[in-house]
Unconditional design. Sequence first.
Length: 368
Amino acid sequence: MEKIRQFLARKDVVFTLQRYGIDALGAMAQGLFCTLLVGTILNTLGQQFGIGFLTRVIVTVGKGEGAVGYTIGALASAMVGPGIAVAIGFALHCPTLVLFSLIPVGFAANTMGGAGGPLAVYVVAIFAAECGKLVAKETKIDILVTPVVTVLAGIGIASLVAAPIGAAASAVGEFVKWATVLQPFFMGILVSVAVGMALTLPISSAAICAALGLTGLAGGAAVAGCCAQMVGFAVMSFRENGWGGLVAQGVGTSMLQMPNIVKNPRIWIPPTLTSAITGPLATCLFRLEMNGTAVSSGMGTCGFVGQIGIYTGWVNDIAGGAKTAITAMDWAGMVLICFVLPAVLSWIFCALLRKWGWIKENDLKLEL
């Protein structure tokens, strides 16, 4: 047993929550962002501003009725499986041959996983990466053995589990969306608080939303929760962190506050209470839906991706006939839910907690 432990340690195969639940999940979100999300943004920019080179089909795959034309954005989005797999491989410290071999593994897992493809890629890529690491540089024909083992292990396990994982993830996502439509008030609170807290924790809310395909009203509640955390912490801590902290948290990530939350968990109360208010307001009053790519639901105001996702959904709904026009109520809902209410409510709640002595000076200070 000791020899096995030493071998695994030498191969950097570490079975921990940090490695698989935080590092790999965070990498999954980055892979999603660099492929699916960027592709969606490029397509939206091209369509809305008439940018020719972004709307032009640059390559056609197939012939006859089965031919599919791809724009630049569509090509980027199509690489979501390989993008996630390579990102996870990088997070797991894979040798180069293993890392590159994850490209076909990611494509296969995403294709087999269907609507729940991203979660299937996450599971399969971890398995394939660790299998590849175990044999890497162990033979004199490493350039052949390592890619073969990685690809066979990855696609082999994908053929067994990708479809069930994808179906399960899709079913959970559909249930959450159905429940939010049926009970918008209570589910608005639940989704908003849960996804918002996931964004601030060192896990990936974007990856969770993508894996579950969280769109529609549930997606709107998720955006509300993420914005409550990011904008809330940015405004609450302005007296300690100034403009640098406002931008870093408001357009970057509220995860920067995690060390301070560990020291004083009470600083998490204001943005979390805010998300419990803005979530049901989004679902019940403004009927705010996020019908862009699901990953946008878990991004909040990070690079304004959540807002771009909402706008993209509006555009897609109009094109599909589900919506006639973007109304003043739509814009008011997005601005209030994403920016104004998180800033105002979090500041008020924080002021009360400061008055009660629950939050003290420099409790929200960042080392920027």
